[in-house]
Design a protein around this ligand. Structure first.
Ligand code: ADP
Length: 495
């Protein structure tokens, strides 16, 4: 029957046959393997060959001095606990044996319980030691893994083509990679540990990074990419994100930097090309459009219905092309920053009333109601270019009219929202599926459904609106449900 902890191999070295036999019986009953020898030399041989866990040794050996055997064991097998079985131990021998690290003594003759207790105690010691050893090894491995992981991450960050900078919660820089230094033009040997403004020349960006590091800008969506230039030749785009701890506390910020100069140059060339082509096309197209109108009026009552149909289709198409060119020119003006250069205080509700007046005929043609809801009190003006405001709400209301069926309702609602004025253009029209919502502000993106496929458009209205709202430092947001309607909400800062 097994008793006690892990089985171990126990070696008994004793001259007396009876002692060896009795020991073997007791030890094997404890569930251990037992080897026995009658002299010191054989004992040492076995220790070299076998994985002995515990040694029972009589100090009185025919061939060797017991203390000498102890010395060799302590030297060559220091991890093996030794229990000394002895009948004739002098005080000196005991002291010497203890000095050699003997674990226990059993007097001779012993009763079985004494041996059982001593062996079990030694096994317990072995088990504790081996558990401690295992946990030490594991700790060592984990530390090694961590070390490797850390250096691997460092290598990866250092090799990234994008600039990376990390701050702590006080806004001090704790990590900066070579790409960041190169893009900003910092010396290679610059050390970490200083506040962010020591590394980044752009004041506004430093304020943003400080705000994020200190946990004042936690919402991810609220931190749009930030662009700035170094001189007039280099354009950089920054993305800054908070680093959150386990309890969502802010530990600092991570900033990535990308050189977008090439993209900017291509964009500019593309814009210049589009502007040039659009200008070249606009006049001949307008001429064709006007001439078609003349031909059509000259032919009233004379042309066949097929000819009239063909001509009006051609006129419609040229009108579409003229609108497209107008939109393209507007977009390139917005991109070049040529709009809203001289903003002035604008009374938004008056302007909206005019726009609604102008578009009410279009709505009436579709039997739609188009109304303006405004608070009774006067609202503060917004600082904007009136043409930009006309373009924003002209586009949004025209869309509402176009994408709402006959007899629908369109409401323009204006209200104050903190330091902003909020204008919502709400319709009960066709609505937009959720999957299209973040794409409708992209150029040329049009949602084609059974209900909207025959509505003409350029797909440039909303990009123009977004560009203008951005240039006024406002925000635009859309909520929509298919077949229930849409609400486009614009927030504009007051003057
Ligand atoms: P378009 O010239 O096609 O109107 P926009 O950029 O103005 O181009 O709009 C892009 C797409 O967004 C439209 O094609 C339409 O599918 C959708 N859209 C815009 N406004 C509305 C609205 N009020 N209701 C439903 N869909 C809309």
């Amino acid at each position: 029957m097994r008793d006690g902890p892990d089985p171990v191999t126990v070696l008994v070295v004793d001259e007396e046959e009876d002692v060896r036999q009795e020991s073997r019986r007791i030890i094997e009953n404890l569930g251990c393997r037992c080897l026995t020898v009658d002299c010191g030399e054989k004992g040492l041989e076995i220790l070299d060959k076998e994985a002995v866990g515990l040694l029972l040794l009589d100090l009185k050996m025919p061939d060797m001095d017991g203390v000498e055997i102890l010395r060799i064991v302590a030297e060559q097998h220091p991890h093996i606990p030794v229990i000394v079985i002895t009948g004739l131990a002098t005080a000196e021998t005991v002291i010497e044996a203890l000095r050699m690290g003997v674990y226990d003594f059993i007097p001779k003759p012993f009763d079985p319980d004494q041996l059982r207790i001593a062996v079990n105690r030694a096994r317990e010691k072995l088990r504790t030691e081996s558990a401690a050893h295992r946990s030490y090894q594991e700790r060592l491995r984990t530390l090694e893994d961590l070390g490797t992981e850390k250096s691997r991450i460092h290598t990866i960050i250092d090799a990234l083509p994008a600039g990376v900078l990390v701050t702590n919660a006080q806004g001090q820089v704790v990590l900066i990679n070579p790409a960041f230094k190169e893009q900003i033009g910092l010396p290679e040997e610059i050390e970490t540990g200083h506040p962010i403004d020591r590394y980044v020349p752009e004041k506004e960006l430093c304020q943003l990074v400080m705000a994020i590091s200190q946990g004042r800008r936690l919402a991810f969506d609220n931190v749009p990419p930030y662009e700035f230039s170094i001189g007039s030749e280099k354009f950089l785009q920054v993305r800054a994100r908070p680093v959150l701890g386990e309890k969502d506390e802010c530990l600092g910020a991570v900033i990535t930097l990308e050189d977008i100069t090439a993209m900017k140059v291509i964009d500019r060339l593309k814009s210049e090309f589009v502007t040039k082509v659009s200008h070249e096309l606009r006049s001949p197209l307008s001429t064709i459009h006007e001439q078609l109108a003349v031909v059509m009026s000259d032919m009233v009552g004379q042309a066949s219905s097929t000819d009239t149909q063909l001509l009006s289709r051609a006129k419609e198409k040229t009108q579409g092309l003229i609108s497209l060119i107008g939109d393209l020119l507007d977009l390139s003006r917005i991109e070049s920053g040529a709009v809203c250069e001289a903003p002035k205080p604008v009374i938004l509700e008056d302007l909206l009333e005019n726009i609604i007046d102008f578009l009410s005929a279009q709505a009436a043609a579709k039997n739609q109601s188009l109304t303006l809801s405004r608070p009774k009190v006067d609202l503060p003006p917004v600082k904007a270019d009136p043409l930009a405001i006309e373009s924003i709400f002209g586009n949004l209301i025209t869309n509402a009219i176009n994408y709402t069926p006959e007899g629908g309702r369109i409401e323009v609602r204006i209200a104050q929202a903190g330091i902003n004025l909020q204008v919502a253009v709400i319709d009960d029209g066709f609505g937009i599926e959720r999957r299209h919502l973040d794409k409708i502000f992209d150029r040329f993106y049009r949602v084609k459904t059974e209900k909207t496929r025959y509505i003409t458009g350029t797909g440039l209205g909303l990009p123009i609106v977004k560009g203008l709202v951005d240039s006024l430092e406002g925000r635009i947001h859309v909520e929509s449900t298919p077949d229930r309607g849409s609400a486009f909400t614009v927030l504009l800062p007051t003057a």
